[in-house]
Design a protein around this ligand. Structure first.
Ligand code: UDP
Ligand code: MG
Length: 318
């Protein structure tokens, strides 16, 4: 029997936590009763610097039942960092960690199948959405477009998989070797390797409250994913530069031929257009190079990726 921990990042989740904790506790107890997991298994909430009373709720859950534990980050660091904080803190305490969102959009009944696959020797089990019926048209198209764009940019991701997955201790130790600060776990985890598999489930609607991922954050996340894992945008710029250089050589020949034929009526419009086009391209190129420079800058600082303020666990309650 394995000790399974759940890692749940929470940011301003006061509306959903009471219901989420109830459902998760029920599920964990039934798994413990069925002898599928060890009674030492735990449910750990990671408070990502919430501004509401999320941490108070987590503390009182821990007080009421030791199956609940809480990790409080000192500041809001975003979903990916909060999740990493949880995974890295828990990796030496259990056999595997299942990560999921606080709003229970991911079907918790997929735990059983994840654990079965883990017992069959999989080190990573990805939760994959089989349908997106409850997502709005907008969310669905943007999200699916995102996966396609990522793949086109050479980032290996599991299609329609978010951060609902089981990772064994071995896989987590692998993840710990990745020292990068710009985190895009969905792109990094497939790089760990080991035997992995997927389980399929239907995604539900958010239990309550609002999405903590508005369009602006989603776009930033997509940008983060591409620029932290792929250098294809730089390649594209280089290729574009080569193509434009080729065109300019042809243009030069054409202009010289026209000149010697004595037919040079200089057109203002063509000059104006090319000034704009070249100016635009240069700006774009500088922008993209800047993006990578910014990343190098951040990586060289080697800032801690998270700082844990408190860790409520069995040791502290004794
Ligand atoms: N989250 C977090 N820090 C943030 C934003 C979100 O820990 O800065 C958590 C949030 O509490 C939830 C998960 O990340 O558990 C996913 O967020 P949400 O459900 O709002 O995203 P969506 O499902 O709408 O993409
Ligand atoms: Mg959600």
């Amino acid at each position: 029997m394995h000790t399974i921990y759940l890692a749940i990042p929470c940011y301003n989740e006061k509306e959903v936590l009471p219901e989420t904790s109830r459902q998760l506790k029920e599920k964990m107890f039934s798994l413990i009763n069925d002898k599928k997991i060890s009674p030492n298994s735990r449910i750990v909430f990671i408070d990502d610097g919430s501004k509401d009373n999320t941490w108070e709720i987590i503390s009182s859950l821990h007080q009421s039942d030791p199956i609940f534990q809480g990790i409080k980050l000192s500041h809001n660091k975003g979903h990916q960092n909060a999740l990493l904080a949880g995974l890295m803190t828990l990796k030496d305490r259990c056999d595997a960690v299942i990560s999921l969102d606080a709003d229970l959009q991911d079907d918790i009944n997929a735990f059983d199948e994840m654990i079965d696959k883990f017992e069959d020797g999989c080190e990573i089990v990805y939760g994959v959405r089989s349908a997106r019926k409850t997502d709005t048209f907008f969310k669905k198209t943007t999200a699916e477009g995102f996966y396609k764009l990522m793949n086109a940019m050479g980032v290996e991701t599991v299609y329609n998989h978010a951060d609902y997955r089981l990772m064994s201790r071995k896989a987590l130790c692998g993840l710990a070797e990745f020292k990068e600060v710009n985190l895009f776990l969905r792109g990094i985890i497939p790089m760990i390797g080991y035997k992995s598999d997927s389980v399929y489930y239907e995604r539900h609607e958010r239990l309550a409250g609002e999405s903590k991922y508005p369009l602006k954050k989603m776009l930033a996340f997509a940008m983060e994913g591409i620029t932290s894992l792929s250098i294809k945008p730089i390649r594209l710029i280089t290729e574009l530069g080569v193509a434009i250089f080729g065109v300019s050589v042809i243009m030069l020949i054409y202009i010289l031929v026209r000149h010697f034929m004595g037919a040079t009526i200089e057109g203002w419009s063509s000059i104006a257009v090319s000034v704009w086009a070249i100016g635009g391209l240069q700006l774009l190129a500088i922008g993209i190079i800047g993006e990578y420079l910014g990343k190098i800058y951040l990586e060289t600082k080697q800032r801690p990726r998270f700082i844990i303020e408190t860790f409520l666990n069995d040791d502290s309650s004794k």
